[in-house]
Write a protein of this length. Structure first.
Lengths: 298, 382
């Protein structure tokens, strides 16, 4: 699939650093405003990457993820000064535990959507390019595993079709019958995958894998725009983590909700985070405007 | 354009690095010595108020060390205060001291005595007769925590225990009028090494002849103390007791004043929920529901008074364990901290949902910072 996103065409190091900063910051920072920024930026970028059909996935897949912790957390966590009522178990239901659950849900959904964006932007070849030389074994394993998943699915479909031709359908009939047929298919594919793994290793060996240094074909060049983006990312990341560690983004949920909200430094840090999160979109929009301007000149 | 952006961002970074000291000014020290003349300046208290923190002011008169615990949030109008304390007399069950200033807020004064008092309830006589609270804790010797207000002479005295708990057996509320019904509800009686218990609220007392532990790992109960009662089910009193029900009453109190003597160990985030005098619930007389255990009562009272309380059931000890009350949890004030309960001056060696209550029982929930040693519930002290 062709990726028309401008940020994806940046050097893998830049895109990887971007996601590294966003992941880390979204996971560590408990400030609800930062979490909301992260979630909305992730959703916006994901829709930007995948188009309108992503909206359905976001709402169907992520809404339960948002609601689930908000329901589960108060059942297990009972700290908090605002006791709403006592649960039948004898422990209190507190407003703070609900708030914390909501925040955890936002964090979970945000980071997961960022991961979805990550897999769209930093593809397996970029990953291997980045880590092929540092951790060769790991990146080979990773790229093989990533390749294996679609192959497995493909093979499963083939086997399923073959079995259907024999009359062992997985689409119709009694539920137990269908499960039985599906399990049979699965067993076939697992056997195939084991055999395939031996084939692959034999093939690699006969092509001389392990006899010398491994090279990789890559067409990534570190250009001037990558340099600028890298500096901006490093600077933004430094501002964020400096402020996070020095407590300018202080937020606490238990036992009572308190935190910094309208301090100038807090707002400034959040603005930096907002800009950083929206960086891929800003870059893409900028490119688009640039392109339109060029076209209008003709 | 990019260069300009870069320069601008680096300037911002520098700016926030420079701004840091202003946004987070150094906080007031956690403990400050009371000056020679006893006057603590208004500026200090203003700063404490701004910090919204807590600071102790310590001093000494004779052998007695004293410590003022002042919460910034409680100071109304900061002014110069004289924090000098004069100890006038000290005995093994009574201490008289005087303070020089009137307070428009209620700081807690901790007196570190040179003697070890017996464990019991302490009562305070204030200069103007207003009731105030006092608690007795300990480190090596006894510590008295008193909430003070007006200037003048205060006397703190140990209240002598007047009645022995076993005598109360005669005062037990009469059995429900339909004992046959209760009997059928209850499971067959379980034999326990230390004696047997009936299934209703009536409890039996240990003669301390038993040696081993019971099946819930409870050591033998000391002589004259009530045996644990294991309820077969959660028994709501049945309809049988409609007219013969006598009003049984208990006194319950919840306090964590020992934290005031161990502020250094306290989890900083819990400072907001710590009551300034350490008392979460003053001794309150409550009506007892037939067959209630200490845990049942605590749970009901916390619900009534809107106090936060979390507990978890431990099957091994067949009892609820109180994890936290008022958002002050176990381990919040050091590794030896947690909640303990005392009934009629005794810390039972079994869980609070196995203690069946009777008319007139005095229940205290106290927070320890030192596995019970600071509140008279240590294993060695028994």
């Amino acid at each position: 699939m062709e990726n028309r996103d401008a940020f994806s065409s940046y050097h893998p190091a830049v895109t990887f650093l971007f996601f590294g900063i966003v992941f880390l910051f979204s996971c560590i920072c408990a400030h609800p405003v930062c979490q909301l920024i992260s979630l909305f930026a992730a959703m916006y970028y994901y829709i930007h990457l995948k188009g309108k059909k992503a909206v359905g996935f976001l709402f169907k897949g992520m809404l339960p993820l948002l609601v689930f912790p908000a329901i589960i957390n108060p059942l297990f966590s009972h700290a908090g000064v605002t006791v709403l009522r006592y649960l039948p178990s004898g422990n209190p239901l507190t407003a703070e535990s609900i708030f914390y659950g909501v925040q955890a849900g936002i964090m979970l959904a945000g980071v997961l959507i960022w991961f979805a964006c990550f897999s769209q932007t930093v593809t397996a070849d970029k990953f291997v390019y980045l880590f092929g030389r540092i951790v060769p074994a790991f990146s080979l394993l990773l790229s093989m595993t990533l390749r294996f998943i679609p192959r497995f699915r493909q093979q499963f479909d083939t086997v399923k079709e073959g079995q259907s031709a024999l009359g062992l359908h997985t689409t119709g009939g009694h539920i137990f019958r269908r499960i039985k047929n599906a399990v049979a298919c699965f067993s076939v594919v697992v056997t195939w995958s084991l055999e395939n793994a031996i084939d692959v290793s034999d093939s690699m060996k006969s092509r001389g894998y392990g006899t010398g240094r491994r090279t990789a074909y890559s067409i990534y060049t570190f250009t001037e725009r990558d340099k600028t983006a890298l500096w901006l990312l490093l600077l933004g990341g430094a501002v964020l983590f400096f402020n996070l560690l020095s407590g300018n983004l202080f937020w606490r949920w238990y036992p009572s909700v308190s935190g910094l909200l309208i301090e100038p430094i807090t707002i400034f840090t959040q603005l930096v985070f907002l800009l950083l999160c929206f960086m891929p979109i800003i870059i893409d929009k900028r490119e688009e405007i640039f392109w339109k301007r060029l076209k209008s000149k003709i | 354009m990019k260069r300009i952006l870069l320069v601008w961002l680096s300037l911002c970074l520098l700016l926030c690095a420079c701004k840091l000291p202003n946004t987070k000014p150094a906080k007031l020290e956690k403990s400050i010595a009371v000056p020679k003349d006893g006057i603590v300046r208004a500026e200090t208290l203003q700063k404490l108020k701004d910090d919204n923190g807590v600071t102790t002011f310590y001093g000494k008169d004779g052998d007695v060390r004293y410590e003022w615990v002042v919460f910034g949030s409680k100071i109304n109008k900061p002014r110069d205060y004289n924090l000098k304390v004069k100890i006038q007399s000290q005995g093994d069950s009574e201490i008289t001291f005087s303070i020089a200033d009137d307070f428009d807020f209620a700081p807690t004064l901790s007196l570190y005595l040179t003697e070890k008092w017996d464990w019991g309830t302490v009562v305070v006589t204030t200069p103007d007769g207003t009731p105030t609270t006092a608690t007795l804790t300990a480190d090596k010797n006894s510590i008295i925590n008193v909430t003070v207000g007006k200037a003048g002479t205060y006397t703190v005295a140990l209240q002598k225990e007047t009645e022995a708990p076993p005598e109360k057996t005669d005062e037990i509320a009469p059995e429900p009028t339909a004992p046959t019904k209760t009997q059928t509800d209850s499971k067959p009686e379980k034999k326990k090494p230390a004696g047997s218990t009936s299934s209703t609220g009536k409890r039996e007392y240990s003669d301390a002849t038993a040696t081993g532990q019971d099946k819930y790992h409870t050591d033998p109960v000391p002589q004259g103390k009530p045996l644990p009662v294991d309820k077969p089910t959660v028994s709501a009193p049945s309809d049988s007791t409609s007219d013969t029900k006598t009003e049984s009453q208990c006194t319950i109190s919840i306090e964590c004043s020992s934290i005031l003597n161990h502020l250094g160990d306290l989890n900083e985030e819990k400072l907001d929920v710590l009551p300034e005098d350490g008392i979460i619930l003053e001794p309150t007389v409550v009506t007892l529901v037939e067959g209630e255990s200490v845990y049942d009562l605590l749970r009901r009272i916390c619900d009534d008074f809107g106090i936060h309380m979390e507990a978890s059931f431990t099957p091994m000890y067949n009892s609820y364990y109180i994890e936290g009350i008022g958002n002050i949890y176990e381990f919040d004030c050091g590794s030896g901290s947690g909640w303990m309960y005392r009934v009629n001056g005794w810390y039972p060696n079994y869980g609070c949902s196995r203690y069946a209550l009777q008319n007139g029982d005095v229940i205290e929930f106290r927070y320890t910072c030192d596995i019970g040693n600071d509140i008279g519930g240590g294993v060695v002290s028994e």
